[in-house]
Design a protein around this ligand. Structure first.
Ligand SMILES: N[C@@H](CCC(=O)N[C@@H](CS)C(=O)NCC(=O)O)C(=O)O
Length: 256
């Protein structure tokens, strides 16, 4: 028995990305079940994950469903204490937990004005003041984490932790919506775009299902400025359900 993680459209489901990174970025295996947001099949698939109503939803090996990313992070950290989901240093861990909880609960303006859409990059999204205020709050938290933990590398609290996994969709929003951030903020975004697990997700998100026009906006577009995606193929059969190791030059996504 192992874990089973249910995720939504990779291009649009920011919470699914967070949930998936909690496995992929920390070397924990899971089976994957995919579903599509805003389709009749969504509720049907989630019925197998009672009582979850949103993605991601995780079925633990003992059958219990954990239906929220923060709870998934805590559950995995408890079950895999050496995976590094939280920093081992108590002070850095408290900071990582604070950042993660803030991300989980806040930034409504950014989230609603700039929905995650990995398939498009905009020249501008005409950010209103509330979005700029959210960005300022994010940058305050990021700078505070670095200064308190002494992190001088790419990540906020030392090594990559759950806090970084939770901010990956924000990095995607900043890059995809060309949002104004400081040099330090931009460096953090760049680190996310180059992270192997994020690159794998992004490559898969470009081909894993049809577009959801609901997420499109009328803003002028531009070319993607991050690393080019690895060539990715959608395959009909699913000979294995757990993510393969990241191959050097090609990804296969098994649907069905
Ligand atoms: N608090 C939840 C939020 C999950 C969430 O809102 N997921 C969205 C997709 S990104 C969803 O399932 N939306 C479908 C719906 O609300 O019906 C978590 O942390 O996992």
């Amino acid at each position: 028995m192992t874990y089973t993680l249910c995720i939504g459209d990779r291009a649009y489901s920011s919470w699914s990305l967070r949930g998936w990174l909690l496995f992929q970025a920390f070397g924990i295996d899971t089976k994957l079940v995919t579903t599509r947001l805003y389709t009749p099949g969504f509720a049907e698939t989630l019925a197998q994950f009672f009582p979850a109503r949103t993605v991601p939803a995780l079925r633990l090996p003992d059958g219990i469903v954990v239906s929220d990313t923060l709870a998934i992070a805590e559950e995995l950290a408890t079950r895999h204490p050496d995976a590094g989901i939280w920093p081992s240093d108590p002070k850095a861990r408290a900071i990582a937990r604070t950042l993660t909880a803030e991300m989980h609960a806040s930034f409504a303006a950014l989230r609603s004005h700039c929905p995650m859409n990995i398939r498009v990059a905009y020249q501008t999204c005409e950010p209103p003041q509330a979005v700029l205020d959210d960005l300022a709050r994010l940058e305050t938290l990021w700078a505070w984490a670095r200064s308190e933990t002494g992190s001088s590398g790419p990540w906020l609290c030392g090594d990559y932790s759950a806090a970084d996994a939770f901010f990956a969709p924000v990095a995607m929003r900043i890059a995809g919506h060309n949002l104004p951030v400081s040099k330090a903020g931009q460096a953090y975004v760049t680190a996310h775009l180059a992270h192997p697990a994020f690159r794998r997700w992004r490559a898969m998100s470009l081909v894993d299902s049809p577009d959801q026009p609901f997420y499109n906006r009328d803003w002028p577009t531009r070319d993607w400025t991050g690393p080019a995606p690895l060539p990715t193929e959608l395959c009909e059969a699913r000979p294995r359900t757990q993510p393969a190791p990241i191959p050097a030059n090609r990804l296969h996504i098994f649907c069905g």
